[in-house]
Design a protein. Structure first.
Length: 423
């Protein structure tokens, strides 16, 4: 058994959906196919959640736009307007309509999960129906029957023991699933013990694939992307990127931790635990080698890797009486970070100050700073970039710092990190 994961770019329109079928047909293995929401649907659903929850105008217009996008794909994939998929998609959208009929009474994160999760349900129902239509017989599975979580909405924690138990039961004892060559299911979503939908973190479909691989002892996981494999930099920032053909789990974890967007940060650990290789391949050229991630460390340092995080805010925190920043202060600061669900991308401390670099968020950044200012002196710089270089040398440092002013610099044996702005 192998696990395939197709992201939003690989199912962004009708032609992309057709291509998924062509890729799948090249493999004789039993496949569990994990699929994300189509194109930019998750972004659109997030926009819908914000309009609904914060009582802005345009809720109905946003929903109609999402509907139109999906129905345009269905109309291109299915000639028969009476095909069951039209009713199935209508019923799926009704789930959103029920949610937004009433005033929101539960937390933003809860509402977010109930609405945004529908994107994966829509995409997988459409793709499963299309594959069956073209005689690529498959079984659609609601992943919420398998992946069980706590109720930490928007970033739920996996109940590994129960999830593994349910996975093994479903895929071995359920006659339909155990005999199906292809099973189509959703990434990103799970279910709480109260039977409410949860999500496991933005871009979490990779993690879903890894969870299933771990629970079912899969042969491998393949993430299908619109790039030939893992590159040593984002092509948006570098013209002459190089492919990383073979790296270790450790290197992949480091790159994901520092912000490489090809792989979700949580993906590697469950695969490493059972020595399941991860492949990153192109859905445009599925026969090409791609990138292999496993235990082999020989090629890790061969090519420097560059990770850019833009729109960063550097916040420097010090006591108003210039006393030391000690453990109690740090505990309080991190408690506030946790309350606002802010991730620290980089930190540095001195005797009387503590600095953190975070992603700018219009909803939380200023609120967080205002809270800190009640007890601390706070300085901050906006519109910065954080660059991480794995396996750096003088030439790579010079390359990224040209015409830049460095605000913070950290170096270890293998990694250099710099917070910078344009001169």
């Amino acid at each position: 058994m192998k696990i395939f994961k197709f992201g939003g770019a690989s199912v962004k329109d009708a032609n992309a959906v057709k291509n998924v079928g062509k890729v799948i047909q090249q493999f004789d293995d039993k496949l569990i196919i994990v699929i994300s929401a189509m194109g930019k649907t998750t972004n659109a659903l997030e926009k819908l959640v914000n309009a609904y929850y914060f009582k802005k105008e345009g809720v109905e217009a946003i929903l109609e736009e999402i509907k139109a996008f999906h129905y345009s794909i269905i109309n291109e994939l299915f000639d028969n307007e009476k095909h069951q998929i039209f009713q199935d998609i209508h019923n799926t959208f009704v789930e959103i309509e029920w949610e937004i009929e009433e005033e929101p009474v539960r937390s933003y994160d809860y509402v977010y999960d109930q609405i945004v999760s529908v994107g994966e349900l829509l995409s997988t129902k459409i793709i499963s129906a299309y594959l069956n239509e073209v005689n690529i017989k498959n079984q659609w599975l609601d992943i919420r029957e398998v992946i069980q979580t706590d109720n930490s909405y928007r970033n739920a924690n996996i109940n590994w023991k129960l999830t593994e138990q349910l996975a093994l039961e479903l895929f071995t004892k359920n006659k339909t699933l155990s005999t199906s060559t292809y099973i189509v299911t959703q990434g990103f979503i799970g279910s709480s013990s109260e039977n409410f939908t949860t999500t496991i973190g933005r871009e979490g479909s990779d993690f879903t694939a890894a969870i299933l691989a771990y629970c079912l002892n899969a042969e491998s996981v393949t993430i299908w992307k619109d790039v030939p494999g893992m590159l040593n930099a984002d092509p948006k920032w570098f013209d002459d990127t190089q492919q990383l053909n073979h790296i270790s789990y450790h290197e992949a974890v480091e790159l994901a931790y520092y912000g490489a967007t090809v792989i979700h940060p949580k993906t590697i650990k469950p695969l490493q635990n059972k020595k399941i290789p991860l492949l990153v391949k192109s859905f445009l050229n599925p026969t090409e080698q791609g990138t292999r991630i496993d235990e082999n460390t020989k090629e890790d340092a061969r090519i420097p890797s560059f990770i850019f995080k833009m729109n960063q805010v550097l916040i420097s925190i010090s006591a108003k009486d210039y006393s030391f920043i000690v453990e109690d202060n740090l505990s309080e600061i991190f408690s506030k970070l946790s309350a606002h669900k802010i991730t620290v991308n980089m930190m540095q401390n001195s005797a009387i100050s503590f600095s953190i670099c975070i992603d700018f968020n219009p909803f939380t950044t200023y609120q967080f700073i205002e809270e800190l200012q009640k007890e601390y002196q706070v300085l901050y710089n906006e519109n910065l970039e954080l660059v991480t270089i794995r396996h750096y040398d003088d030439a790579t440092l010079k390359r990224v710092t040209e015409n830049k002013k460095i605000l913070v610099e950290q170096k270890s044996r293998n990694t250099a990190r710099l917070v910078m702005k344009d001169r």
